[in-house]
Design a protein around this ligand. Structure first.
Ligand code: NAD
Length: 339
């Protein structure tokens, strides 16, 4: 008798990069009932129909999963959105719920990956490594303009002490810094490290390095603005590896022009969506905000690469496949379901 072939649970993987394909393919053999097809296309209203016949789509952090896109996906039969990231502020969860679509994410893959990148930005901008690298390559061995600050003995202000913020606290502790933190919920692990929770105004007023690690929501939108920049110490280092819209970019630009910052390190920024993960070397950038930020000598911008370590990609692939399998089996991993 011929054995009945088990139906595959089909996933369309949008916006595929070579590193995504490698990390996913490495674990796929362990899931014989999952099928993944990779496309390079971004997910948009007019590319949603590519998912026709698929059970799920897998998208990344900047995918605009608004009502229109979700509606199109629902119309072609998709019932599961697999976010291969932790943040989900890009998904209209209310619309997904109304349509009976499930959303699953990877809540924690490597908090250290992002925290280490935050400290890398702080160190690079502090010691002006971006300028030093270029200078030395041009045989310019002069040190004028490269003076940095010791971090040892200084105060770090960590906004949001969840997984990544806590990892950042550990790193700052290793640098011999005093650590102030602000979070809606205090972490006992952070307190055990000697972190002192203070109101946001005090954190801004006393910190030499401010690093943002809270999610983007209505409460945190533009938390760094004209008023809060005015509360900060002159010569502060500001690092944002969380979400661009935590910072009001126009206010930041005004603050940089007023010499309020020793340095600014941004892995995320408003209006990053058209640039992030793309090679736009030959384009003339239309956004004046990005060009403006890039014009300042004390600003380093990276393109949302905080997550990009081999360990993090591995963990993202494993959890995403587990999420898909658990949903296909009718028992989605509860803590990974959003909304
Ligand atoms: P998490 O959920 O573990 O921690 C977030 C913390 O922020 C929590 O402790 C929460 O209580 C706190 N918080 C919530 N609202 C707050 C508010 N109004 N003010 C202060 N704190 C508040 O999240 P995580 O894994 O640490 O990730 C933090 C953020 O990092 C994510 O939301 C995401 O935006 C960003 N992220 C960036 C990258 C990257 O590649 N750059 C990668 C992953 C995550």
């Amino acid at each position: 008798m011929q054995e009945k072939k088990q139906e595959k649970f089909k996933i369309l993987f949008y916006d595929t990069k070579s590193y995504d394909k490698e990390s996913m393919s490495a674990y796929l053999d362990a899931y014989p009932t999952l099928q993944i097809d990779f496309v390079e296309s971004d997910i948009r209203e007019n590319t949603a129909m590519l998912a026709s016949g698929y059970d799920a789509v897998c998208v990344f952090v900047n995918a605009p999963m608004d009502r229109t896109v979700l509606n199109r996906l629902h119309g072609v039969g998709v019932r599961l959105i697999l976010l291969r990231c932790a943040g989900y502020n890009n998904v209209d969860l209310g619309a997904a719920r109304e349509m009976g679509m499930s959303v699953m994410r990877v809540p924690a893959y490597s908090p250290e990956a992002v925290a280490e990148h935050a400290m890398a930005l702080a160190l690079a901008v502090n010691r002006k490594l971006h300028k030093a690298y270029i200078k030395v390559r041009e045989n310019n061995f002069a040190l004028i303009g490269l003076t940095g600050l010791d971090l040892y003995g200084k105060t770090a202000g960590i906004v949001g002490t969840g997984r990544i913020g806590l990892a950042m606290c550990r790193i700052c502790r290793g640098f011999g810094m005093r650590i102030l933190a602000y979070d809606k919920y205090e972490s006992t692990a952070a307190k055990a490290l000697g972190v002192e929770y203070v109101p946001l105004e005090r954190l801004f007023a006393e910190s030499d390095l401010i690093s943002l690690h809270c999610p983007l929501n209505d409460e945190t939108y533009h938390m760094i603005n004209e008023q809060t920049i005015a509360q900060m110490k002159s010569g502060v280092i500001l690092v944002n590896t969380s979400r661009g819209a935590l910072v009001d970019t126009q206010a930041l630009i005004a603050g940089i022009r007023d010499h309020r910052f020793h340095g600014v390190g941004l892995d995320v920024y408003e209006e990053e969506d058209d640039n992030v993960f793309e090679n736009r070397e030959d384009d003339i950038l239309l956004s004046s905000v990005v060009s403006r930020l890039l014009s300042f000598p004390n600003v380093i911008v990276t393109s949302h690469q905080g997550f990009l370590t081999a360990e993090a990609l591995d963990a993202i692939a494993k959890t995403t496949l587990q999420n898909a399998q658990s949903y296909a089996d009718g028992a989605p991993i509860r803590e990974n379901v959003v909304g």
